[in-house]
Design a protein around this ligand. Structure first.
Ligand code: FES
Length: 89
């Protein structure tokens, strides 16, 4: 699974770093619990602003892209839920 977290200034201001930290913690939990999670590798990448926050008046940051699906207004909780739902056995 590929997880891209925007670390542009808008997304960082609104919590992107905490999302990255939580994903790191989740990676450890997943690697230690092969009973409940499949062994799909979690590739995490910090990316620069893709322009989502610039082309709109709406609040969209933080942006996280999971396997090509863009999540707007991402929070640690919504991102963790999405990842866990995809890799839970
Ligand atoms: S800073 Fe993240 S989309 Fe612009």
């Amino acid at each position: 699974m590929k997880v891209k977290v925007c670390v542009g200034s808008n997304c960082t201001l609104l919590g992107a770093m905490s999302i990255l930290d939580q994903i790191d913690d989740l990676k450890i939990i997943i690697s230690e619990d092969s009973d409940n999670y499949n062994d799909e590798e979690l590739e995490v990448e910090a990316i620069r602003c893709l322009g989502f926050c610039k082309n709109t008046d709406e609040k969209v940051a933080p942006i996280v892209v999971i396997d090509g699906e863009t999540m707007y207004n991402a929070t640690s909780q919504t991102v963790m839920e999405k990842i866990v739902n995809k890799i839970r056995k």
